[in-house]
Design a protein. Sequence first.
Length: 600
Amino acid sequence: MALVALRRVVFVLAAMALAALAAWLFFVVVTVNGTTYLHFVQIGLLLLCCMWLSWGFNTALAGIFTPDRLPRPENRPASPDSRTAVLMPVYNEDVTAVFARVAAMFEELRRSPEFDRFDFYILSDSTKADNVALERRVYDDLVAELSAAGRLYYRHREQNIGRKAGNIADFVTNNGGAYDYMLILDADSLMRGETIVEMVGRMDEDPELALLQSQPLIIGRRTPFGRALQFSAALFSPIFSRGIAALQGREGPFWGHNAIIRVRAFAASCGLPTLPGKPPFGGHILSHDYVEAALLARAGYKVRVDPDLEGSFEEAPSNIIEYAKRDRRWCQGNLQHARLLPAPGLRIWSRISLVAGIMAYLASPIWLMFLIVSLLDPVLAPEPNYFPAGSLFPVFPQPETTKALLLLFGIFVLLLLPKTLIAFGSAFTERRKEFGGTGLVLAGATVELVLTSILAPIMMMFQSKAVYEILVGADAGWPSTDREDGHMPVSAAFRASWWMVLAGAVVLYATYTYAPDLMLWTLPIAIPLVTAPLMISLTGNPTLGDALKRLGLFVTPFEAHPEPVIRASAQWRQRLAALPANQRPETAAMERSEGLPDPI
């Protein structure tokens, strides 16, 4: 623990030092010819932004320089008495897709000698009557197909109190006493059978370990946006997770799914309060995972992420609108954590993790405010005085070009260096074979960088809007996520982003009229906003994503060589959909093709 404490101190001090250096350089540059109150606002905002950039930068460096976990012994002593429940909470999801994933994992575990230690539960919180009816029919079919009576269970809650956290709590209250561990999944989760068995083995090894988190990687995406997400996750996420693991000590993360939990520890420690007041800051805690990890650590248990656990997968929204809808819910949940920071007994690193989760969403409006103040500065600046008092000769402005370029270079280093190092480290090692070779690794990383840079202003605006709505009291609710790769029409994209188009046009006009010298600096922000509907539509087009796939861009190991559990899930989906009892006049596919995404 002493080593972990030292790492944390160095990590935090390094982040603070990098942010302070950036703020000092900016102070020198903007105040060389005089100081205004806007300069101090700019400096404060930039300090917060650079602190957040430095945090991510240091996490990546910690991951790059931390070795992989040493191989564990193959002949681990078994604990035949421990039992595990595999939990799949669902909420108005694509029924056949969910049950197909359950079937694939069930079959994989059946081939393991540890199979008798596992039971599966589909925990439904669905509110749509047709979803519930179809869930019951598919469940009956699947039990028959798998001969899984007594091993595969289905339960539907009439009142989904507490959302997912309440769903899990209901299971723990009514069924948890029969199990030592519960493997919590999401409706889009898929895990290799041997990975599940390995996680149980690691829990058996360490009685103090209450929560073990795997690193879920994204699969199954077709659109350019979705393919970029899954390529980025496959290439970069394991390295960032190693950085998190290097600093976690006994207070690791919980990301809400693809994690195994000790049931008794959870039941004794993780009763969540209902926050006083109305949503969005009151009511049930939405981002319960961070809080549950903190409560387990407070109780003296270990919470840990093991990045070497492979074979853990999930899906993701395939377009920016669906991504932003999900992000809006997470934003509300993370901002709720501000009320929990003073909670008694929490470990320091748990509190820091809660702050980091809050900053993940506050960073966007802070950047936006910094950009607005920076544009206002030249407009509101006083007329230059070339003859200050007591001077017989003019004093002209002194440019601080060197320091300005150094600051700009430093920000680009914080943004780009980690991904660049990971990309080159992967392109020239054995890892390149998993992604199609050196050229495809570098090409994919370059295109991903360009794409995310173009989309960054759009994502900044969506997140800033979410924070604003929460601060003025708007509740996001709990909308279900559409994970299918349907086409994104420009009209639907425009309904969700017209206000960005207007904002981008205003920025261009104001800059051209009042601060033309800044035009080149505003174009990388304003142009993506003005063209937001087109960008959202193009990046949500599966046909364009298929073209990228034919070029070999964004290839991931799981796409080039699908694992057996991924192939089995796809086969089960077709098999379940073909069963006559599961057909209905209005299928989910028809609803998706006829409906349009809701504006956010």
